[in-house]
Design a protein around this ligand. Structure first.
Ligand code: FMN
Length: 363
């Protein structure tokens, strides 16, 4: 029985048909960083999710570190996104845009003219390579250290991107402060070596997150803003640090005060990372008064358990949604799941994107 997982939920202003969230999934199909018809079909096919969180979408030309990821700052991009939100809403779904500024996790060759790879501090990426179309996997040059003016401008870019997202029909935005991208680069002492008000103490390392969250909430309202965090995450050369618990519990407290509607915690253990201690998840649950989404390696049964026991309100599924457009229906029917094909996660074109069959198509 999946009574809890399949029950309705009121997330801020947004009424969800069930507690199954489609996790944000970069799929690199946005040629020219512009959402297209193929993406509208892909998201529309997944509208059975209670909530879809879009793939990471850059609020700035500077944040487009990967190939073929979309943006939320130009007229052309927003026209493309309107097709996506229409496709999802026409089928009764709800969709938030994930705002992902890659910061130092980006190659200059992926950034269009006028853009620049930015980071809190010029800290080299030693293990990570970056794919560039036509060139293959390349070393990542050291990013440019952001000036105070550049920080101020970037905060405005997040708020502007959120406003444009709402105008394009999104139900809200999720700030990506997980997995080693720009917001987490400020939170983490390994990547933030600054001596000004944005670096050093826990309070200073959280200042950029605070500023971005406040500006975004001021732009579109706290009911429409969520934040993704990955305490103890190791993606993109992050890893644990001395004040990790204090940093993340303080982040949960300040985001609660600012009034964001949900926190979304990622656990990448199922993808080869060390487990996230249960204690920090419980502490964040206790500290943050509104909704909590958990993600990482879930199946329907464990999701039902975690919601019914009160560990969280919603559960996000990543890879299962790549391979199963009708994931919720399959949960409801107790049907088998299609297996995801890792080789086509990030490749251009419809193969491995629009080619997974629904139950009806299989029958
Ligand atoms: C192909 C792929 C792309 C992803 N892209 C993003 C992304 O853009 N933003 C993000 O926050 N997480 C991203 N993730 C992480 C997922 O949201 C999710 O946390 C992860 O897949 C674990 O959940 P799962 O075990 O249900 O797949 C990605 C994961 C995969 C497999």
């Amino acid at each position: 029985m999946l009574d809890h997982l399949l029950s309705e939920y009121q997330l801020g202003q947004t009424k969800l048909a069930n507690r199954v969230v489609m996790a944000p999934l970069t799929r690199s199909r946005a040629e020219g960083n512009v959402p297209n018809d193929m993406m509208a079909t892909y998201y529309g096919n997944r509208a059975g999710a209670g909530l879809i969180i879009s793939e990471g979408t850059s609020p700035s030309v500077n944040g487009l570190g990967y190939p073929r990821i979309p943006g939320s700052f130009s007229t052309e991009q927003m026209e493309g996104w309107k097709k996506v939100t229409r496709a999802v809403h026409d089928q009764g779904g709800k969709i938030f845009m994930q705002l992902m500024h890659c910061g130092r996790v980006g190659h200059p060759d992926n950034v269009p003219a006028g853009g620049r790879i930015l980071a809190p501090s010029p800290v080299e990426m030693t293990e990570t390579k970056m794919y560039v179309d036509g060139k293959g996997l390349l070393d990542i040059p050291v990013a440019h250290e952001m000036s105070i003016d550049e920080i101020t401008l970037t905060i405005e870019e997040y708020a502007n991107a959120a406003k444009l997202a709402i105008e394009a029909g999104f139900d809200g935005v999720e700030l990506h402060a997980a997995n080693g991208y720009l917001l987490e680069q400020f939170m983490h002492p390994k990547t933030n070596r600054r001596n000004d008000q944005y670096g050093g103490s826990v309070e200073n390392r959280l200042r950029f997150l605070r500023n971005v969250a406040e500006a975004t909430v001021a732009a579109i309202g706290g009911d429409r803003v969520g934040v993704r965090l990955s305490p103890y995450g190791v993606f993109n050369e992050m890893g644990s640090f001395d004040t990790v618990d204090e940093t993340f519990v303080s982040a949960a407290r300040l985001l609660d005060e600012i009034g964001v509607t949900y926190l979304h915690l990622v656990d990448q253990e199922d993808m080869g990372a060390p487990p996230v201690p249960d204690a920090i998840k419980a502490k964040i649950r206790e500290t943050f008064s509104r909704s909590l989404i958990l993600a990482g390696g879930y199946d329907a049964h464990r999701a039902e358990q975690d919601i019914s026991s009160g560990r969280c309100d919603l559960v996000a599924f990543g890879r299962p949604f790549i391979a199963n457009p009708d994931l919720v229906e399959r949960f409801r029917e107790g049907a088998e799941l299609n297996v995801p094909d890792y080789d086509t996660f990030y490749t251009p074109g419809p193969e491995g994107y629009l080619t997974y069959p629904t139950l009806a198509e299989t029958a």
